[in-house]
Ligand binder design. Sequence first.
Ligand code: MG
Length: 204
Amino acid sequence: MAQLSLDIESVKGFLDPEEGDALYQYALEASRTAPCFEIGAYCGKSTVYIGSACRESGGVLYSLDHHRGSEEHQPGEAYHDADLLDQESGVFDSFREFRRTLSRAGLEDTVVPIVASSEIAGRGWVTPLSMVFIDGGHSYESALCDYRTWSGHIIQGGFLVIHDIFPDPEEGGQAPYDIWKKALASALFEEVEIVQTLGILRRV
Ligand code: MG
């Protein structure tokens, strides 16, 4: 079980505890060799799992999110949370809540937040990564951009982890599953396992 310094149920988010434990275990192994990287942090639930593993191993987690919310987080949409609207501007902003989570979890010396889009952050990125967790926007364009931008930085033996894998279209959107299939078809990755909707691949 993951060793966390706060009650994970108190952190807003859409990650099942079993998926979180899997993230923690893979990050614990991976983070000993190179930094971990996540795309789509929201209020920091996955960040707590991966970051806690990195803290334990003496590693680092880069956590990327523009913190303006995905399509489904906007006012009027299914996953909108009015608590996350900036009172002054009326714009969605999960960064303040994200920082609060990092502080509560004691992860400010382990996690490096990057507040930007995948596309901009990826333009100058050259650091090899031991694990990339993709949990960003669920449009096909977003998922494909995240996959194309970050998967090439994963070192041999490192992990590509994708959230919200639904092989059955009745169960959920297909973009994460599409990039999962793309990764397998590339022959650069092999399947390790799927934990609920969390798909784990290894860079061969
Ligand atoms: Mg997700």
